[in-house]
Write a protein that binds this ligand. Structure first.
Ligand code: ATP
Length: 137
């Protein structure tokens, strides 16, 4: 599969970075297959981040991800998962490379501006979590 799933997280939406982040994504050659402004419920955020349930930051992560609007999107490009993770940079913006989305726009390791799927399988699962078949073009 050549798709990945992303969220522009509540920090970056609140900080007014939607347009700039979509610009970087577009310049990097990703095509938008689906997109919406939405807000996760606490239950949605718990389910989406279920794999992190045992991590010490899980509660904080769930609270943050449900705290305000996000942009959810499905993106298409050759090698989408890997290339998108390169574009966003390291989880911690202090360790992210110059020019990456997290380096430019993230507040902190938790409030780190964007999500990117970590595998092709998860990209599909995450896309289907947020979008129906009719919403993906
Ligand atoms: P994502 O899955 O959002 O693309 P990632 O794969 O870079 O991020 P993970 O280690 O999977 O990072 O962690 C998932 C998310 O949990 C991070 O994006 C961040 O928002 C949050 N997180 C990770 N580590 C911490 C931490 N030490 N403290 C607070 N929040 C954290």
């Amino acid at each position: 599969s050549n798709i990945t799933f992303t969220m522009i997280k509540p920090d970056a939406v609140a900080d007014g970075h939607i347009g700039a982040i979509l610009g970087k994504i577009s310049e990097a050659g990703f095509k938008i297959k689906a997109m919406k402004l939405t807000q996760l419920t606490v239950a949605d955020a718990k389910k989406f981040y279920e794999v992190h349930a045992e991590r010490p930051f899980y509660g904080e992560l769930v609270e943050f991800m449900s705290s305000g609007p996000i942009v959810a999107a499905v993106l298409e490009k050759d090698n989408a998962v890997e290339d998108f993770r390169k574009l966003i940079g390291a989880t911690n913006p202090a360790e992210a490379a110059e020019g990456t989305i997290r380096k430019m726009f993230a507040r902190s390791v938790g409030e780190n501006a964007v999500h990117g799927s970590d595998s092709n399988d998860n990209a599909l699962i995450e896309a289907q979590f947020h979008f129906s078949g009719r919403e993906i073009f």
